[in-house]
Design a protein around this ligand. Structure first.
Ligand code: GDP
Ligand code: MG
Length: 163
């Protein structure tokens, strides 16, 4: 069985950009419009000899009771349940949002291993980019740039070690 990495986070943090980089495909829909990726989306990646599966998810809207946002939340929950390791992406340029805290609560209850990953960190100092996020209580944050690739190889290697 290949280990499964689920990419989770609120809309627009860069999940699909990371998915594309990991799978080296244009499969996942990347757009400037938040929340455009509405379905779970599976791809296969590889580091060295180690293959893995990665799931891109739509945005996470646990407050919605019905409609498309409810459906997206449901799919994200399924992805988390299937995951060996959850990569929880947040946005280092926007900083911590209430939505990030809601997702943290859900992930903690899920019992899955979680890596907190601060994206969009290119050109910023590590200490500055991660400082907001310690209060989530998910340990030492990783920092990456999905768009530029900084830190992505190390992230995957660590994810596979924890999976
Ligand atoms: P998703 O909604 O979480 O899937 O986010 P997307 O992958 O669609 O990205 C949302 C926006 O953030 C797009 O405009 C991306 O180009 C941008 N983005 C993604 N990763 C990075 C990054 O590492 N740095 C910067 N500056 N922008 C990024
Ligand atoms: Mg997306």
């Amino acid at each position: 069985m290949k280990p499964v990495i689920a990419l989770v986070g609120r809309p627009n943090v860069g999940k699909s950009t990371l998915f594309n980089r990991l799978t080296r495909s244009r499969d996942a829909l990347v757009a400037d419009l938040p929340g455009l990726t509405r379905d779970r989306h599976y791809g296969e990646g590889r580091v060295g000899e180690r293959p893995f599966l990665v799931i891109d998810t739509g945005g996470f809207e646990p407050v919605a009771k019905e409609g498309i946002m409810h459906q997206m939340a449901k799919q994200t929950k399924q992805a988390v349940a299937e995951a060996d390791i959850v990569v929880f992406l947040v946005d280092g340029r926007q900083g911590l949002t209430p939505h990030d805290k809601t997702i943290t609560d859900f992930l903690r209850k899920s019992g899955r291993p979680v890596m907190l990953v601060v994206n969009k960190s290119e050109g910023m100092r590590y200490t500055a980019v991660v400082s907001d996020f310690y209060e989530l209580g998910l340990g030492e944050p990783y920092s990456i740039s999905s768009a530029h690739g900084d830190g992505v190889a190390d992230l995957v290697e660590e994810a596979l070690n924890l999976a």
